[in-house]
Write a protein that binds this ligand. Structure first.
Ligand code: K7E
Ligand code: CUA
Length: 618
C-alpha cells in the first residue's frame, strides 16, 4: 500500500467517525457509511478500496475500446478516472488529430471507425507495455505507441476482409495481430453475386497482420479463405496451444435474411482453430491464389491448417486459459460454457476423429474434445482469468459475472451487474500471468444509476474486487459509448515519455530557433516554418497569394511536459496541437482572399491569449 492510500483510509475512516459523532454522515461520506456500533459499513469499506487520494496515482491503466466513436479511452483503476482519450479512427479536435498532414493521411477517406478489441503487445504471453493494437470494422487495424499514447499506424482496409470484428488479438510474442470477416461477401470486393449464391459464392477470410518485433510496423502476413459463416471473436493460443488462433463463428447454416430465425436450425456452430505458424510458413513459400491483390490460402488444399470445433449455438467470445490448455466458448443463449481440452483437440486432429467437413475443412467431434460444460448461468459471452485457477464469465441474459474454477468446473460465486454486461476485463486477465485483484464489467446500459442526461445515457462500468473468495462490487463509473473490450495493465509496465527530446526530432521542416522561422516560396508552393514557444507564434504574420498551396510546419520548442501549443486558423477549418518537442505540418490551398487570424488553442501561460498572428491572402 502506498503512503497516499494509507492516508486515504485514515481520512475516510475519520470522516465516517465524524459522521457518527454528529449523528449524521458527513457530506462526502458514502451513502450507508453509518453503521451501529461504530463499525465501518460495507459502503465505507468499498470507498476506501477505490479511493485514490489527490496527488496519488492509480495502480492500473484500463484501455477501453470506444466502439463506433473510433477512439480508445484510458482510465485509471481503481479510481475509474478518465485519464486520456486516444483518437484512432476518428478526427479529434482536442489533440488536432485528423487535421495535420500525417494523421489525415493515416485516416484516408474514412472519418469513422468501429473499434472493439484492444490488444496490448505481449512478450511471453504477458503485456510488455510497448504498443496497443485495435481493430476497426472497416477492415483496418491500428497501432498506438504507448511511449507517447499516439496512433502511429493504421493498416488497411485489408483486401477481402469484410467487417473486421474478430480482431486485433495478438499472438504471445506479438508476431501477429489477427483479423476476420464478420460478414462473408463474394471476394475480391467489387464482385457481384446474388444473395441466392450466398452458400457457395460468398467467403469469409481470416488474416494475419505481421508485426515487426522492433518497430511494431504492421504489414500483410497471410490470408485464409473460409466458408461463408459470420466470424465473430478470436483469441490466440498460448503456452500449450501457442501457434494456434481461434475464432468463433455463427450462421454455419449459411442462411440469409432474418438470421435470428434462419440461422437457428443447427444445434451447434463452430470455433475455427487455425494453425498460424503453418499459415506463416505457407505464406513464406508463396502458397495461395492472388485475390484482391493478396495471396489467399485454400485450407482444403492444405490439410492441418484449419479445423472446426463444434460449439454451442451462436457463440460470441472464445478465450484461452492462462496455461493454454483450455479453450472456453459457448452459445450465447446457453446456460453453460464449454471448456475444450487442447490435448483432446490435438488427439482428435491426429486421429482424424471427425464428424464431417465444411468445404473440405474437417469438423472435430464435440464429444471427443470437450472436457466440461460449466453451468455458469444464462447468456455467457466472455471469460477472463485470475492468478489462482479461477475463471470469470460475463452473463448477458443473467446480467451477472460468474466465478468458476478451471479443472473442477465448480461455479463458486456470482455477482450481479447493472446491467446487460458485455465484455469483462481483469488485470492481465487474458495473459499467461493474470494478476487478479480487479475486474471490470463493461455494461451496455446504465440508466437510473447516475444523474440523467437525456435519452442517451452513458454506459456503465463496474469495478469488482476479486481478491477474495466472494466477489465484491465496489464502484460504478461511466464510460463513453460504445464499450466492448478493455484491457487492464499494471501501471509499472508502461514508461510514457514526458516530452519529445529535441535530439530525436528529425523532421525535415523542424526549426528550433525563432531566427530560422519564416516563409519560403517555390512556384505556387509556400512553406511556412513556424515556432511556438511561450508566448509567441513566430512568424507573427505571413503573406501568401490566392491559390497558393501552403504547408505550415509548426515546431513546439518547449522541453517541459504538458506545455502544449495549438494552432487554430480561423475560416480555414484548421486546428492542430503540437506537443513539446514535436513538429507537425498541415497543408491547404489559400482559396479565400483576406486576413485570417491564427492563435494558440491550448492554454499555455498567463500570456496564452497573446499567442496570435495573421495570415494575409492577397
Ligand atoms: Cu461488444 Cu467483443 Cu464487439 Cu462482445 S463484442 S459484448
Ligand atoms: Cu501557446 Cu497557448
Amino acid at each position: 500500500m502506498t503512503k497516499g492510500r494509507r492516508g486515504a483510509i485514515l481520512t475516510l475512516a475519520g470522516i465516517a467517525a465524524l459522521g457518527l459523532l454528529a449523528g449524521r454522515c458527513a457530506p462526502s461520506a458514502p451513502k450507508g457509511a453509518k453503521k451501529a456500533g461504530g463499525a465501518v459499513s460495507d459502503a465505507a469499506a468499498a470507498a476506501m478500496k477505490v479511493y485514490v487520494a489527490p496527488g496519488d496515482l492509480d495502480e492500473y491503466y484500463m484501455f477501453a475500446s470506444g466502439g463506433h466513436s473510433g477512439q480508445v479511452y484510458v482510465y485509471g483503476l481503481p479510481s475509474g478516472r478518465h485519464l486520456s482519450t486516444i483518437p484512432v479512427f476518428t478526427p479529434y479536435p482536442a489533440t488536432g488529430y485528423g487535421f495535420d498532414d500525417d494523421s489525415r493521411k493515416m485516416l484516408g477517406e474514412l472519418t469513422w471507425g468501429d473499434a472493439h478489441h484492444p490488444a496490448l503487445s505481449e512478450t511471453n504471453g504477458d503485456y510488455d507495455g510497448r504498443w496497443l493494437f485495435i481493430n476497426d470494422m472497416n477492415a483496418r487495424v491500428a497501432r498506438i505507441d504507448l511511449r507517447d499514447f499516439k496512433t502511429k499506424q493504421i493498416l488497411g482496409p485489408v483486401p477481402n476482409v469484410s467487417g473486421n470484428h474478430g480482431s486485433s488479438f495478438v499472438t504471445p510474442n506479438t508476431e501477429y495481430a489477427v483479423m476476420s470477416s464478420r460478414f462473408s461477401i463474394p471476394i475480391p470486393k467489387g464482385t457481384v453475386a446474388g444473395i441466392d449464391k450466398y452458400a457457395t459464392d460468398y467467403k469469409g477470410v481470416a488474416t494475419g497482420v505481421k508485426i515487426d518485433p522492433k518497430t511494431g510496423e504492421m504489414s500483410f502476413g497471410w490470408q485464409i479463405a473460409l466458408p461463408p459463416f459470420d466470424y465473430d471473436l478470436g483469441d490466440a493460443g498460448k503456452l500449450a496451444s501457442d501457434g494456434w488462433v481461434f475464432f468463433t463463428s455463427y450462421n454455419t447454416e449459411r442462411a440469409t435474411g432474418k438470421l435470428e430465425v434462419t440461422s437457428a436450425a443447427r444445434d451447434r456452430d463452430y470455433i475455427a482453430a487455425i494453425n498460424w505458424k503453418m499459415a506463416d510458413s505457407l505464406a513464406a513459400k508463396g502458397e495461395g491464389t492472388m485475390i484482391g491483390g493478396v495471396k489467399v490460402i485454400d485450407p482444403a488444399k492444405n490439410p492441418g491448417l484449419v479445423y472446426f470445433m463444434p460449439c454451442g449455438k451462436s457463440p460470441h467470445g472464445v478465450d484461452v486459459s492462462p496455461d493454454g490448455k483450455y479453450i472456453i466458448g459457448s452459445g450465447k443463449l446457453q446456460g453453460v460454457t464449454t471448456a475444450f481440452n487442447w490435448e483432446k483437440v490435438q488427439t482428435a486432429m491426429r486421429n482424424k476423429d471427425f464428424s464431417g467437413d465444411e468445404d473440405g475443412i474437417p469438423v472435430l467431434k464435440y464429444e471427443s474434445i470437450k472436457d466440461a460444460e460449466v453451468p455458469v448461468g444464462l447468456g455467457p459471452l466472455h471469460t477472463q482469468f485470475g492468478p489462482d485457477g479461477y475463471a470469470y464469465t460475463s452473463l448477458f441474459v443473467d446480467s451477472a459475472v460468474a466465478k468458476w474454477r478451471l479443472g473442477t468446473w465448480e461455479v463458486v460465486d456470482k455477482v450481479p451487474m447493472s446491467y446487460s454486461i458485455g465484455h469483462l476485463t481483469a488485470a492481465h486477465g487474458d495473459t499467461t500471468k493474470p494478476q487478479g485483484k480487479w475486474l471490470v464489467g463493461l455494461n451496455k446500459l446504465s440508466h437510473g444509476r447516475h444523474l440523467s442526461v437525456g435519452p442517451s445515457q452513458p454506459e456503465s462500468s463496474q469495478l469488482v474486487d476479486i481478491t477474495e473468495e466472494k466477489m465484491k462490487l465496489l464502484l460504478d463509473f461511466f464510460t463513453e459509448p460504445e464499450p466492448h473490450y478493455a484491457q487492464i495493465v499494471n501501471a509499472n509496465v508502461l514508461k510514457p515519455i514526458e516530452v519529445y527530446p529535441k535530439e530525436e526530432n528529425r523532421h525535415p521542416l523542424a526549426v528550433w530557433d525563432v531566427k530560422d522561422a519564416g516563409v519560403t516560396r517555390n512556384g505556387n508552393k509556400v512553406t511556412v516554418k513556424m515556432v511556438e514557444v511561450r508566448s509567441t507564434i513566430t512568424p507573427t504574420d505571413f503573406e501568401v497569394k490566392e491559390g497558393d498551396v501552403v504547408t505550415v510546419a509548426i515546431t513546439n520548442i518547449e522541453q517541459t511536459t504538458d506545455e502544449l501549443h495549438g494552432l487554430g486558423l480561423l475560416d480555414y477549418n484548421i486546428n492542430v496541437v503540437v506537443d513539446p518537442g514535436e513538429t507537425k505540418t498541415f497543408t491547404f490551398t489559400a482559396k479565400k482572399k483576406g486576413v485570417y487570424p491564427y492563435y494558440c488553442t491550448n492554454f499555455c501561460s498567463a500570456l496564452h491569449q497573446e499567442m496570435q498572428g495573421y495570415m494575409i491572402v492577397r
